[in-house]
Design a protein around this ligand. Structure first.
Ligand SMILES: CCC/C=C/C(=O)SCCNC(=O)CCNC(=O)[C@H](O)C(C)(C)COP(=O)([O-])OP(=O)([O-])OC[C@H]1O[C@@H](n2cnc3c(N)ncnc32)[C@H](O)[C@@H]1OP(=O)([O-])[O-]
Length: 312
């Protein structure tokens, strides 16, 4: 891939600001502690599809265990478009408000692609108002995932570049299909753009500073075995075992009393979430002016062309 990073690197480097999170953002302490072991594969016949689903977000809820499976469905590559992000937030809020739902497995409806990341067409050739709306939706999805009271497990059943990797990073645990054709990572520099500070923060919190520095600068996309080695994913399993493993891992996590786990999650994640919350509007403005630059638009144009023309 011969694209050069052309960005001025002035955007996305973050600012100060660690403080208390809005009260009540994290701490809905559910009282139910269902400790029974879940079967390793829960058949969806006994699950219910409540009105949590939409065009691009399919949600199956296993009421007896309080676990939802949320599948991204945005063919052909599950790109995170403004429409998908908007539908995601609506479904997510419904699940958060349903006190019987304690865990979510986040996965993809398409067999080979978890998500191709942010929809590049939402960042190319549009106006400032569109970019602002789009970026606010990206922030919202990350904040919802990263600060969720529910246990969130990413069942990564395909490639997961950039924004797809971010959604996985925001989860509590990552299980990836062990197929060397699939890769995961924050590859923004390959598009000539820069991962914002909160993408970087989430990555550093997961794999450490040095590995993040290396991965981010080079825009590395890791096959599953390498992702496991650096801690970008927690487990790799055969392709047909991703969902069943996610369910059995979920049953272990749900043995922990909710309030204790949630407080611990808050303790670990609040400073990182606060950093974005404190400068959310500035981050949107930074994104809009960055993405509107001629040089960045040119890079995205070249990348889209590269995607269309490359040999499959
Ligand atoms: C500051 C901002 C931070 C940014 C964060 C991001 O997430 S940036 C995002 C960084 N993301 C990446 O760098 C990932 C780029 N994508 C890929 O690497 C591959 O598409 C793949 C491995 C996901 C799937 O391979 P595959 O061989 O199965 O599929 P294929 O390649 O044949 O694509 C089919 C069609 O989908 C199109 N399209 C693809 N992605 C996107 C997209 N994100 N959006 C829109 N469209 C996209 C592609 O052009 C093609 O269109 P066509 O010709 O039909 O009109």
């Amino acid at each position: 891939m011969a694209l050069r990073a052309v960005s001025a690197l002035t955007w996305g480097l973050g600012g100060p600001g660690v403080g208390p999170l809005r009260s009540g953002t994290f701490l809905r302490c559910a009282t139910q502690h269902r400790l029974e072991k879940m079967p390793s594969s829960i058949g969806f016949p006994e699950a219910s599809r409540r009105p949590f689903s939409s065009h691009r977000i399919l949600v199956d809820v296993d009421q007896s265990h309080g676990v939802a499976t949320m599948k991204l469905k945005n063919p052909p590559v599950n790109s995170l478009s403004l429409e998908l992000l908007t539908e995601f937030v609506i479904s997510w809020e419904k699940l958060e408000n349903d006190k019987s739902c304690r865990g979510v497995i986040l996965t993809s409806n398409s067999p080979k692609i978890f998500s191709a990341g942010l929809d590049i067409t939402d960042m190319y050739g549009k106006n400032a108002a569109h970019y602002a709306e789009f970026w606010k939706a990206v922030q919202e999805v990350w904040l919802k995932l990263y600060t969720s009271n529910m246990v969130v497990i990413a069942a990564i059943n395909g490639s997961s570049p950039a924004g797809g990797c971010l959604m996985s990073l925001a989860s509590d645990y990552r299980i990836m299909a062990d197929n060397p054709k699939y890769t995961i990572g924050l590859n923004e520099t390959l598009l000539g753009i820069v991962a914002p500070f909160w993408f970087k923060d989430n990555l550093v919190n997961t794999i450490g500073n040095r590995a993040s520095e290396h991965a981010l600068q080079r825009g590395l996309l890791f096959p599953p075995a390498d992702a496991l080695k650096i801690g970008l994913v927690d487990q790799i399993v055969p392709e047909d075992k991703v969902q069943s493993t996610a369910l059995s891992v979920m049953s272990e996590w749900l043995k922990i009393p909710d309030h204790a786990r949630q407080l611990t999650k808050t303790m670990m994640r609040k400073p990182t979430a606060d950093r974005l919350l404190k400068q959310r509007e500035a981050d949107i403005q930074n994104f809009v002016s960055f993405i509107s630059k001629d040089s960045i638009q040119k890079s995205l144009h070249m990348y889209l062309k590269f995607l269309k023309e490359r040999e499959k």
